[in-house]
Design a protein around this ligand. Structure first.
Ligand SMILES: NC(=O)c1ccc[n+]([C@@H]2O[C@H](COP(=O)([O-])OP(=O)(O)OC[C@H]3O[C@@H](n4cnc5c(N)ncnc54)[C@H](OP(=O)(O)O)[C@@H]3O)[C@@H](O)[C@H]2O)c1
Length: 256
């Protein structure tokens, strides 16, 4: 397996949750990381936790192509190179399909699909100069499994769409030797639902308990950190195309 010493990897949504764990795992293998998310305050905390020598942050909304390019350019100016991208920033809003608003639909598609496209475009000129370039995109087991959570139909569709996007990108970038991977996590406890309307969260959780009473609760953010770091450890010319990581220890679903 190859070392990540001197490699610079951009992690969107790198300020907390899976993204912070991914940044930690990449740094443990020798990489430096550039974090992109919206809240400067949370980014500052993450850089402090990871160490300013190994981490640098630039605030941007990934749904805004100009802002994400500016953030990527700031990271490249700071470290002098970019070798990889982890498209991890993502957002969900729970509702039955019969009630989804146009605003929530556009938010999820803008961040989860648009954000992946804009960040990938922004890093490409840098990746083409790298000797082992890679793009890893965090999707979701909800794209394939209906027991992950209820009322996330639009969210799950954006993640299915982005997996198809990665298949296309993989083909387009073969000529550049850029590895393109989708990593599909199952449920792990993070602040992912922090922005959800509480009544809608409770309604979705109640439906979820009816749908499948068992709750698979064994995974931590570090399990996904390790999975993504593994994808970066292959030598040039070899890539993981798709990896799904789900907990397998049954528990009773919690009451919200
Ligand atoms: N937790 C799970 O069970 C689970 C399962 C499967 C897949 N996933 C996927 O894993 C990824 C990370 O989720 P998480 O659970 O770690 O959630 P989280 O704790 O809410 O973290 C999300 C991260 O993305 C950033 N972000 C959100 N919207 C953004 C935007 N428009 N532009 C830039 N950054 C943005 C957030 O920072 P700011 O809010 O400051 O922007 C934060 O750093 C997501 O793609 C999610 O869909 C999660």
């Amino acid at each position: 397996m190859s070392t990540l010493n001197d490699k610079v990897i951009v992690v969107t949504g790198g300020s907390q949750g899976f993204g912070l764990a991914i940044a930690r795992a990449l740094i443990a293998q020798g990489a430096k990381v550039g974090l992109i998310s919206r809240s400067q305050k949370t980014l500052d905390k993450a850089v402090q936790a990871l160490g300013a020598g190994a981490a640098f942050a630039a605030a941007a909304d990934v749904a805004d192509p100009a802002a994400v390019k500016q953030a990527v350019d700031a990271i490249a100016a700071h470290f002098g190179r970019i070798d990889g991208l982890v498209n991890n920033a993502g957002i969900a809003r729970p509702d039955p399909l019969a009630e989804v608003s146009a605003a929530d639909f556009n938010l999820m598609w803008g961040v989860n699909v648009g954000g992946v496209l804009w960040a990938s475009q922004a890093v490409l000129p840098w990746l083409r100069k790298s000797d082992n370039p890679r793009i890893v995109t965090i999707t979701s087991a909800s794209a394939r499994h209906d027991d992950e959570m209820s009322h996330l139909g639009i969210y799950a569709s954006t993640k299915a769409a982005v997996e198809r996007l990665m298949i296309e990108l993989r083909q387009e970038l073969l000529v550049d030797g850029i590895g393109v991977t989708s990593v599909s996590p199952g449920f792990a406890a993070t602040d992912f639902a922090a922005g959800w309307d509480f009544a809608k969260l409770q309604r979705a959780a109640a439906d979820w308990r009816k749908r499948s009473p068992e709750f698979f609760d064994g995974m931590t953010v570090d399990d996904i950190g390790a999975a993504v770091a593994h994808c970066f450890a292959y030598p040039r010319g070899v890539a993981v195309d798709f990896m799904e990581v789900r907990p397998i220890r049954p528990q009773i679903k919690p009451e919200f």
